[in-house]
Design a protein around this ligand. Structure first.
Ligand SMILES: *[C@@H]1O[C@H](CO)[C@@H](O)[C@H](O)[C@H]1NC(C)=O
Ligand SMILES: *[C@@H]1O[C@H](CO)[C@@H](O)[C@H](O)[C@H]1NC(C)=O
Ligand SMILES: *[C@@H]1O[C@H](CO)[C@@H](O)[C@H](O)[C@H]1NC(C)=O
Ligand SMILES: *[C@@H]1O[C@H](CO)[C@@H](O)[C@H](O)[C@H]1NC(C)=O
Ligand SMILES: *[C@@H]1O[C@H](CO)[C@@H](O)[C@H](O)[C@H]1NC(C)=O
Ligand SMILES: *[C@@H]1O[C@H](CO)[C@@H](O)[C@H](O)[C@H]1NC(C)=O
Ligand SMILES: *[C@@H]1O[C@H](CO)[C@@H](O)[C@H](O)[C@H]1NC(C)=O
Ligand SMILES: *[C@@H]1O[C@H](CO)[C@@H](O)[C@H](O)[C@H]1NC(C)=O
Ligand SMILES: *[C@@H]1O[C@H](CO)[C@@H](O)[C@H](O)[C@H]1NC(C)=O
Ligand SMILES: *[C@@H]1O[C@H](CO)[C@@H](O)[C@H](O)[C@H]1NC(C)=O
Ligand SMILES: *[C@@H]1O[C@H](CO)[C@@H](O)[C@H](O)[C@H]1NC(C)=O
Ligand SMILES: *[C@@H]1O[C@H](CO)[C@@H](O)[C@H](O)[C@H]1NC(C)=O
Length: 393
């Protein structure tokens, strides 16, 4: 750095130091990190535009407390190109929110020093290009409520220690390259409302310790390598509304306890190796809206009460071995939008199966043993109708 520029830089720092007694170390740390970046993106705005140079706390990406110390730093969508290694986390002891998501050129690992941000409640690092393992030190963030590391290239197993953070309300680790099993310590996350581990390479069984997640409303585990049975204890997650478990290697029956969940509206179990009959009470106790049972080995009668509460929109049950369908299941189901029952072995009179469905847009009944006459007043705006491989007149 030429000496005149160095002098200017020092003057600039001193300007902060004298004008703003308390942000000194924080601003220095930010500027030091900035100078390590290939492209500092939005950070160039610090100290360059008139409105920020006088007080970083006035920058709309920074929030300070009454002592002019930074409590929230939002450099999401900031076009930063560089790594986090030179970010001095210990200079921000008052930080409660760190938003650094959507910087597609933010790469390298997550430094273990991130564990020094003891007051952090929100940590958002999603949609970057971060690699390496999730540092165990994140478990030291005992006030953390929202942890989002999704859509990166993180590898390794989920550290069991990070599932010890009972303050977490949401945990999003989806769309990475995570491997290994879901640690049993998941049961410690008793305040969790949303859990997303989808689109990774996670294997092993879903631990029965999920029974302790009694506040969970959304469970996303799709596109992994999970095997074994769905634990009975899923019935203990009494607030569960959305359970997306498709595209795994889950086996055995659907536990009957799942039908007890009073708020369950969306259940995706497609593309697994589930078998046996499906509990006939599914839909009896909750406003079921979307259900995907397709591409499994289910047999017997399609659960008759799926539309009992009159909310069912999407029913996908193709590619199983269901062999019957009762009139009560769909005939009065006016909420229905899509119906895929193809590639089963269902023997039923189609005139008794379907009724009036004003919202229906897609029906696929092909490759079954339906017979009888298709109702002429199906209604709806049907743009796709597949009936081949039946005896429908
Ligand atoms: C003030 O800061 C905002 C937010 O960083 C920026 O968009 C704007 O251009 C700045 N105004 C001036 C006059 O520099
Ligand atoms: C953190 O905030 C407190 C006030 O809540 C203040 O006394 C302290 O100096 C701040 N720490 C730093 C490093 O600015
Ligand atoms: C990081 O910041 C802390 C506190 O401001 C300071 O003590 C430490 O020396 C800094 N570390 C580096 C590597 O600059
Ligand atoms: C957690 O913090 C404590 C001190 O607060 C420290 O002794 C310990 O090494 C930290 N553990 C990790 C895993 O960072
Ligand atoms: C992530 O997994 C994909 C698919 O297996 C692989 O192509 C890619 O190299 C992996 N990336 C990392 C960072 O491990
Ligand atoms: C989880 O926390 C408990 C108590 O807070 C502690 O005893 C235990 O060692 C922690 N486990 C892990 C894996 O960090
Ligand atoms: C889970 O539900 C079962 C049956 O309803 C009950 O016996 C068990 O105590 C519940 N477990 C927890 C941790 O609440
Ligand atoms: C179900 O949803 C309703 C309405 O959203 C909510 O009041 C209730 O607490 C939820 N949980 C249970 C167990 O009913
Ligand atoms: C269901 O699958 C399991 C494991 O894949 C197997 O042990 C069991 O016999 C199957 N049950 C039925 C009824 O096909
Ligand atoms: C089905 O619902 C009815 C009334 O809503 C309830 O009385 C009955 O216990 C439920 N049956 C089962 C097995 O959940
Ligand atoms: C049913 O299986 C066939 C062949 O495996 C596949 O092409 C089709 O996409 C499957 N249907 C659905 C709805 O998944
Ligand atoms: C459909 O609803 C009508 C009127 O509520 C009722 O009489 C009929 O039994 C219902 N049919 C089925 C199959 O549920």
């Amino acid at each position: 750095m030429p000496s005149s520029r160095l002098l200017f830089f020092l003057l600039f720092l001193c300007f902060f130091c004298t004008q703003l007694s308390c942000t000194k170390t924080e601003v220095q740390a930010l500027l030091a990190w900035r100078s390590s970046l290939k492209d500092p993106g939005c950070l160039t705005q610090i100290g360059t535009s008139n409105n920020i140079s006088t007080d970083p706390c006035q920058w709309d990406r920074i929030t300070c407390n009454e002592a002019e110390s930074i409590i929230s730093l939002d450099i999401a969508f900031c076009h930063i190109d560089g790594i986090l290694d030179k970010f001095n986390f210990s200079s921000f002891p008052n930080l409660t929110e760190l938003w650094m998501d959507h910087n597609e050129n933010l790469h390298g690992g997550i430094p273990k020093e991130i564990g020094t941000l003891h007051n952090l409640q929100y940590l958002h690092l999603s949609s970057n290009n971060l690699v390496g393992e999730i540092p165990v030190t994140i478990s030291n963030l005992s006030n953390l409520e929202h942890l989002d590391l999704s859509i990166n290239l993180l590898t390794g197993a989920i550290p069991s220690a990070i599932l010890n953070m009972s303050s977490l309300h949401s945990l999003d680790l989806d769309n990475n390259n995570l491997t290994g099993q879901i640690p049993k310590t998941i049961g410690n996350l008793i305040n969790l409302e949303e859990l997303s581990l989808s689109v990774n390479y996670i294997n092993g069984a879903i631990p029965r310790e999920i029974e302790h997640l009694t506040k969970l409303t959304s469970l996303y585990l799709y596109v992994n390598e999970l095997s074994g049975q769905i634990p009975l204890e899923i019935g203990n997650m009494t607030e569960l509304e959305i359970a997306i478990l498709n595209n795994n290697k889950l086996q055995g029956n659907i536990p009957a306890t799942i039908a007890q969940l009073p708020n369950l509206s969306t259940l995706y179990l497609g593309n697994n190796q589930l078998n046996g009959t499906v509990t006939p009470y599914l839909g009896n106790n909750s406003n079921l809206m979307d259900i995907d049972l397709s591409n499994n080995n289910f047999v017997g009668t399609l659960p008759p009460l799926l539309c009992r509460r009159g909310k069912l929109n999407y029913l996908w049950a193709a590619n199983n071995s269901f062999n019957s369908l009762l009139p009560i299941t769909l005939k009065n189901c006016s909420s229905l939008i899509e119906l895929y029952l193809d590639h089963n072995n269902i023997r039923a009179d189609v005139s008794q199966t379907l009724g009036e469905h004003p919202n229906l847009s897609l029906i696929n009944l092909s490759k079954n043993r339906f017979y009888g006459r298709l109702p002429s007043n199906l209604g709806g705006n049907i743009f796709s109708l597949s009936l081949e491989g039946n005896e429908i007149s």
